[in-house]
Write a protein that binds this ligand. Structure first.
Ligand code: IPM
Ligand code: MN
Length: 370
């Protein structure tokens, strides 16, 4: 298989976590005979520093000419003073919009060896396995008007706007995903207050008959925030608008023990996708070699599966991560109980790589005997 992958490391811990992820990707290519052509591009603060804009034209072109994109993280205090139109985050929002990546999948899965790392009780987090499907190119993040007005700029406005088709397409994705999983869809909104949420509900009910085997429930976002802490096992697929999805996914990350564990896939209707950790650029620990690279490496696995259909390769990466965690290795973010061996970013990436290499060698030996 031949694929072109755009790699945008970005800011803060982005470049650090990207290194190990790219090594994993290259090794998978070598072992399985795939030709992965990797090209680097600039985004966020890094792009502001080098090109004066958070999303240079060349980066957009590179992404459009690629089969998938890997993105680290953007933002940091260094760019707090740049004009709002060119903040690092604008680069991320613009690339999502430019590539029409309307469905953001954020899987929340507990690892057996990490149940103790969650601040929640073991009985609550054990066996949790659901996916948040976050609408990614509409809602409050993109609605116009947006900005300041009034003589002294004393009025601030953001607009929550959705067109019906924008809801339809992400809801369809969520139904299709639920159908392949435990066949339960929870649509999260604020229909007791917001008109856009009432339309969201309507659309979900209109699409539902096409997926008769999927059970649908509607849940208000405040209730969902509470249920995520109290009964997270009841969820299979959650579908929700952009801002709610952003907030709920950070909350849900604590079920797994750390935001440093969550990968994500931003998809559209074809196989193209952008893959990035749910976490941000973590400027407080950037450059210290402490960041957890697992969300980034898991994002590579999601890319192999969703964009390239490489199921076996994706599982191999996920399995290697599980084995490293089972062996007791932890980055600092997962070490709240003082159990296991604390390792840094590079060591963690190397451990996953070594594990993969060993698994690969073993399967080659087995294959030779079969
Ligand atoms: C995320 C991030 C971004 C978002 C920021 C960095 C703009 O928090 O991907 O969840 O809000 O979408
Ligand atoms: Mn977020």
């Amino acid at each position: 298989m031949k694929k072109r992958i755009a790699v945008l490391p970005g800011d803060g811990i982005g470049p650090e976590v990207m290194e190990g992820a790219v090594d994993v990707l290259k090794a998978i290519g070598r072992w399985f005979g795939h030709h992965f052509e990797i090209e680097y591009g600039a985004i966020g603060g890094d792009a502001i520093d080098r090109f004066g804009t958070p999303l240079p034209e060349e980066t957009v072109k590179l992404c459009k000419e690629s089969d998938a994109v890997l993105l680290g993280a953007v933002g940091g205090p260094k760019w707090d003073t740049v004009p709002v139109e060119i903040r690092p985050e604008k680069g991320l929002l613009a690339i999502r919009k430019e590539l029409d990546l309307y469905a953001n999948l954020r899987p929340i899965k507990t690892y057996d060896s990490l149940v103790d790392a969650s601040p929640l009780k073991k009985e609550i987090v054990d066996g949790v396995d659901f996916v948040i499907v976050r609408e990614l190119t509409g809602g409050l993040y993109f609605g116009k008007p947006s900005g300041r007005k009034g003589d002294n700029a004393e009025i601030a406005v953001d607009t929550l706007i959705y067109e019906k088709h924008e809801i339809q397409r992400v809801v369809e994705k969520a139904f299709a995903l639920a159908q392949k999983r435990k066949k339960k869809l929870t649509s999260v909104d604020k229909a007791n207050v917001l008109e856009s949420s009432r339309m969201w509900r309507e659309v979900v009910n209109e699409v539902a008959p096409k997926y008769p085997d999927v059970t649908v429930e509607h849940m208000l976002v405040d209730v969902a925030a509470m249920k995520l802490m109290y009964q997270p096992k009841q969820f299979d697929v959650i579908v929700t608008e952009n801002m709610f999805g952003d907030i709920l996914s950070d909350e849900a990350s604590m079920i797994t023990g750390s935001l440093g564990m969550l990968p994500s896939a931003s998809l559209r209707t074809d196989t193209f996708g952008l893959y990035e950790p749910v976490h941000g650029s973590a400027p407080d620990i950037a450059g210290q070699g402490k960041a957890n690279p697992l969300a980034m490496i898991l994002s590579v696995a999601m890319m192999l599966r969703h964009s390239f259909g490489l199921q076996e390769e994706a599982e191999m990466v996920e399995m290697a991560i599980q084995e490293v965690l089972n062996a007791g290795y932890r980055t600092g973010d997962l070490w709240n109980l003082g159990r296991g061996v604390v390792v840094g970013t590079q060591e963690m990436s190397q451990l996953v790589f070594d594990r993969l290499e060993a698994d690969h060698a073993l399967s080659s030996i087995l294959a030779a005997y079969l």
